[in-house]
Ligand binder design. Structure first.
Ligand code: ZN
Length: 244
């Protein structure tokens, strides 16, 4: 793991100014109470995740954030032709590369949905650079996957030509909190999430598509990028997306 490892939970420090040790001897009494690094981001803790309602004093909060979806293209057809072990190895490798890239840029690996991951930037670790961080994480996923794919394909005797990653990113205000009664789920909901997901669907393998809002806020990282209209499912009018 190449991700910087924080000594205390960055989320708890930012939200409550409470130093919660994540690693080393000081973390041991906390571990006894089940407080450990979060699986969504190892530089935050299970308090941020499991005690969201108590820490935030609300079931949900409205925040300005960036959402990224990354989807492994060609995985479904691979799962029909390759042996099960090989397939789970490919998915594990994909999740690992996504996680490292997301955490390196202070994002939250919020969910894995089949062969896709959803990440949120700007919660619980706050940063004014969340748009740029998401974009950089996306580029790093592409870079890491290009390298990893060659090894996987060689090792497994697969035809890897179409094992590419499609990524979509959108920014704006969304609801973040605990949703659902029987199964409580800490996640983000709202139009921003849906739009990011649709942008991801429109991206081809090895491509990153971002919305106009992302372009506006991270222009220095997107020099030379041209907008093209895309007709996305669930949207009446075509929307402009930029290839990053
Ligand atoms: Zn925490």
């Amino acid at each position: 793991m190449t991700v910087h490892q924080a000594k205390i939970c960055i989320g708890c420090w930012q939200q409550m100014h409470v130093p919660v040790p994540l690693r080393g001897v000081l973390s041991l009494p906390f571990r006894a109470f089940g407080i450990r690094p979060s699986k969504m981001n190892p530089n935050t803790c299970t308090i941020c995740e499991l005690m969201f309602t108590r820490v935030m004093r609300a079931r949900k909060v409205t925040i300005d954030a960036t959402v990224m979806f990354a989807d492994l293209r060609g995985y479904t057809s691979l799962s029909q032709s390759a042996p099960p072990d090989a397939i789970s190895g490919v998915l594990d490798a994909f999740y690992d590369q996504c996680a490292d890239a997301i955490w390196q840029h202070d994002g939250l690996l919020n969910k894995t949905i089949g062969d896709a991951v959803m990440a949120v930037f700007n919660f619980p670790i706050k940063t004014e650079h969340h748009v740029r961080n998401a974009l950089r994480a996306a580029r790093e996923i592409q870079l890491r996957w290009c390298l990893q794919r060659e090894t996987l394909v060689e090792g497994l005797g697969l035809a890897g030509g179409d094992l590419g990653v499609g990524i979509g990113i959108h920014s704006g205000e969304l609801s973040f909190g605990e949703f659902g009664r029987s199964h409580r789920d800490l996640t983000a909901i709202g139009t921003v999430v849906n739009t990011a997901s649709r942008a991801q669907s429109a991206a081809s393998a090895d491509q990153i598509l971002v919305t106009q809002e992302v372009y506006r806020r991270a222009q220095s990282d997107l020099a030379g990028s041209q907008a093209k209209p895309y007709q996305l499912k669930g949207f009446d009018a075509p929307i402009e997306l930029y290839a990053a």
